[in-house]
Design a protein around this ligand. Structure first.
Ligand code: GL9
Length: 832
């Protein structure tokens, strides 16, 4: 071998500062094609990413080979969303070479922060559901579980949010514009996916009735693989994302006829499938393109899974022992009909056998009870787009309904609720029912949410299959959300209890006793203060607003949604503003209200709430009579990268959804882990957070889910009465409705005021207002006592061990997937 190649080969693996530096220079010149003097920050980011990628490739191949050699059972996480964010710090940190990289860059006269900041944020998701998928990938790899992520390689991620005149304006998020150094294109991993056409019936070789799907349009799904680096770098798993490619036969006909434009048009139309992520926040889009996206990635993934399985097996009987497929919400639920089609139509299995295999292979996670989020595709649309699947769904339904107890009892109402087809109005396929029926396990994402699933959406199914529903409370990865995002606190923790917590977060409980240690409290506060300074600088850069580092950083960061009740927080802000103006001589605890979050582009009320927050900020922040005791900021373009700056700096975590509506929440966990105290309702995982941190270390307020349910059922709730009896609420609402915050358009907020009054206040903002203010007051009083506040903050951090996504993923692995860790053999020399 050429000596030069050999030396590069070793260089690719070396993890010391010199080796890193040499390989940066090498990559810059030979792959990025730049001279060090001409290189931009982006060039350096690409250089460093490519050099880091080199250091995972051997181990990635070892991991894949080990899975193959052991014929290990794999878990396939099918998700339309993976909100992974930036990967550079993540990869360096999981490889354990952050400092080495920093020093190598330093020797080149570069700052690590600048290089890290040049990476675009991969926002292939909307919010909690997509971020959970990303945390699960990290946890699976970090624990050596053979886990694959399957999704779509969207060309445009979630829109970039800017504020223009206080209004949200959406811009395309072009994360791939300058290339993506983490991914490997696999042009040879290509599967056909069909749409439209018709179904032909025929007799198979043994004279049985059989079906084939003909005259369909074809699109190709091409794979792009991203290595998922587990903590410690032992296991490197794969995230495989599909990109749509036009088939050549699709275009040839047109080209031959001389219709070049038409041929190109077809190509563009086919490739639109992976163009853009739908900016849905738990709302149904009745869009054919969305259905096609769901089928596109699901079909490609299943074909890939079966191909992999068939490398070792000749029959399908063992599929459930070798593959667990997790449906992340109903988005990939069409996969149940697709696996039936592949097994029955393409591999000639008998229906009952195929159904048994399918059910044993799939499991389904439900992520929300919001009725508008329950996917229900018009039968007419599925008939047209996926004609064979519609037949299969009818067949599944007929066989199921024939067997149910309801049938025997003649309970038609129950039968129609259990049906896969909603016959009220336009006939629709209930994807939740399909997912439930086609899975051996169905789970909710917090204890409360799972209970409510049993009582509401899936009550009939739960009665029919009492062992199927189970709970898997969400979790978050401590690597990204504490170690990487909060170096100040993680270093402090590690000096006191060692670094075991990084891979076993339950060990963080050892910090509990440190809550009574005055020196530790001082150091904990110092770490928080450092993070608050960093956020204050970020706020100044992003909004031009100066905030007091010693004020309470009161943080509400999440998608904008009425049920999450940013409005409740705004109303409290206005009430506090009024109190401060009324009582200028009181020594107020300074408060900084930090908001961030995107609204779905078609969700007008959520966009109006954004404008209101910006309008309130404008008035409050420039009113000298509050003496800087109150500041309101709405940070633009909330994403994973922004979260990593905001969350470590929070003092107070706002988790104030109407009880019963937030399935779990995961931001609540990230904030508490970083030492914020929660102010929240007994909703989603807040209930379990209270159990872990203890009722004295959390500010709980408001109605319970049962009370909300009863109040709504009674129909007797009258927001007007509540408003009339609460002067501070009345005053705040009057200010909004008379244009105190919108002198340029006094009626601007009429829809908001209307929703909270004559509209009936569906989200019970007014009902919870008084108790929310009481809890806020308690928080402000506590903040006056820094020792007591810090003690509780430490207890929060120390009590969050259970909320690691490692724990969640282990529960899935044992109770749903039956998959086990595999130790890859890295039989080369040293770190390969
Ligand atoms: C969500 C729930 O609303 C959250 O409460 C939950 O924590 C996450 C993850 O289980 O799932 N369901 C859902 O549709 N979204 C969630 O965040 N929405 C988005 O992801 C935008």
């Amino acid at each position: 071998m050429d000596a030069r190649f050999k030396s590069r080969d070793i260089e690719r693996r070396s993890l010391d500062v010199d080796g890193l530096k040499r390989s940066f220079l090498e990559w810059l010149v030979y792959s990025v094609g730049k001279d060090a003097r001409a290189a931009t920050r982006r060039d350096w980011f690409h250089t460093v990413a490519l050099a880091v990628r080199d250091r995972v490739v051997d181990r990635w191949m070892d991991t894949t080979r080990s899975y193959y050699q052991e014929d290990a059972k794999r878990v396939y996480y099918l998700s339309l969303e993976f909100l992974i964010g930036r990967l550079l710090t993540n990869s360096l940190s999981n490889l354990g070479i952050v400092d080495e990289c920093r020093q190598a860059l330093d020797r080149l006269g570069l700052s690590m922060e600048d290089v890290v900041d040049a990476e675009p944020d991969a926002a292939l998701g909307n919010g909690g559901l997509g971020r959970l998928a990303a945390c699960f990938l990290d946890s699976m790899a970090s624990q050596g579980l053979p886990g694959y992520g399957y999704g779509i390689r969207y060309e445009f991620g979630l829109f970039e949010q800017r504020f223009e005149n206080g209004w949200q304006v959406e811009y395309p998020e072009q994360w791939l514009q300058f290339g993506n150094p983490w991914e490997f294109a696999r042009p040879e991993v290509l599967y056909p996916v069909q749409f439209y056409g018709r179904v032909e019936e025929f007799r198979d070789s043994v004279g049985e009735r059989a079906y084939r799907w003909v005259d369909a349009d074809r699109v190709l799904a091409m794979a792009y693989d991203t290595p998922v680096v587990g903590y410690g770098g032992e296991t490197i798993n794969t995230l495989r994302l599909w990109s749509a490619r036009a088939t050549r036969d699709f275009n040839f006909g047109h080209f031959n006829d001389g219709a070049y434009m038409k041929a190109v048009e077809q190509k563009i139309l086919s490739e639109n499938l992976s163009r853009v992520l739908y900016p849905n926040d738990a709302t149904e889009t009745g869009k054919e393109l969305r259905l096609k996206q769901e089928y596109f990635f699901t079909s490609a993934s299943l074909q890939d899974i079966l191909r992999r399985y068939l490398q070792h097996h000749t029959t399908f009987d063992n599929l459930p022992n070798k593959a667990a497929i997790q449906l992340n919400d109903t988005h990939p639920a069409i996969g149940i009909a697709e696996l039936m089609r592949l097994l029955v139509d393409q591999h000639a299995l008998r229906w009952d056998n195929a159904w048994e295999i399918t059910r044993a292979t799939f499991a389904y996670t439900n992520h929300t009870l919001l009725p508008e989020a329950l996917e229900a595709w018009p039968v007419r649309m599925i008939e047209r787009v996926l004609p064979r699947h519609m037949q299969i769904i009818y067949e599944i339904n007929a066989k199921f309904l024939n067997r149910t107890k309801a049938k025997a009892a003649g309970d038609n109402a129950r039968l129609s609720r259990l049906s896969l087809i909603d016959e009220r109005g336009e006939r629709r396929v209930r994807m939740g029912n399909l997912a439930f029926l086609g899975s051996h396990k169905v789970n909710g994402v917090s204890a409360l949410h799972t209970d409510l699933m049993k009582q509401t959406v899936f009550a009939d199914f739960h009665e029919e299959f009492p062992d199927r529903i189970n709970n898997k409370t969400n979790g978050i990865t401590p690597r990204r959300w504490l170690k990487q995002a909060n170096p100040a606190l993680s270093e402090l923790i590690t000096t006191r209890i060692g670094e075991g917590w990084i891979s076993d977060l339950s060990q963080i409980a050892a910090l509990r006793e440190k809550a009574d240690d005055v020196v530790f409290r001082e150091e904990f506060r110092r770490a928080k203060r450092k993070n608050k300074k960093r956020l204050a600088a970020y706020i100044a850069r992003q909004t031009g607003e100066e905030v007091l580092v010693d004020s309470i950083f009161d943080v509400q960061v999440k998608r904008m949604h009425e049920y999450k009740r940013q409005l409740l927080n705004v109303l409290h802000t206005i009430a506090l503003y009024n109190e401060m103006r009324d009582n200028p001589t009181v020594s107020w605890v300074p408060v900084t209200k930090v908001f961030a979050g995107k609204a779905a582009p078609s969700y007008h009320m959520a966009k109006l709430i954004i404008k209101l927050i910006n309008d309130v900020a404008k008035v409050v922040n420039h009113d000298p009579s509050v003496h800087d005791n109150l500041k309101v900021v709405l940070l633009p373009n909330y994403n994973v990268t922004a979260a990593e700056i905001i969350i470590p700096a929070a003092d107070l975590s706002e988790q104030i959804s109407t009880a019963g509506m937030e399935a779990s929440g995961t931001g609540n966990m990230k904030l508490a882990l970083n030492g914020a105290l929660t102010i929240g309702t007994l909703d989603g995982a807040n209930v379990e957070i209270r159990e872990h941190v203890g009722p004295d270390n959390i500010f709980i307020f408001g109605m319970t889910a049962d009370e909300v349910n009863d109040l709504r059922a009674s129909g007797g709730f009258n927001p007007r009465e509540v408003i009339a009896s609460n002067p501070s609420l009345k005053r705040a609402l009057d200010m909004i409705s008379t244009g105190a915050f919108s002198p340029d358009d006094r009626n601007r907020y009429h829809p908001i005021v209307q929703a909270l009054t004559d509209g009936g206040d569906h989200f019970l903002v007014t009902a919870d207002f008084a108790d929310y203010c009481r809890a806020q007051e308690a928080a402000m009083q506590l903040y006056r006592d820094p020792e007591e506040w810090t003690r509780k903050a430490i207890l929060n951090t120390a009590s969050m061990g259970w909320f690691s996504s490692d724990r969640t993923v282990n529960e899935y692995a044992e109770e749903v997937w039956d998959v086990h860790p595999v130790k890859p053999s890295h039989d080369g020399e040293g770190f390969r």
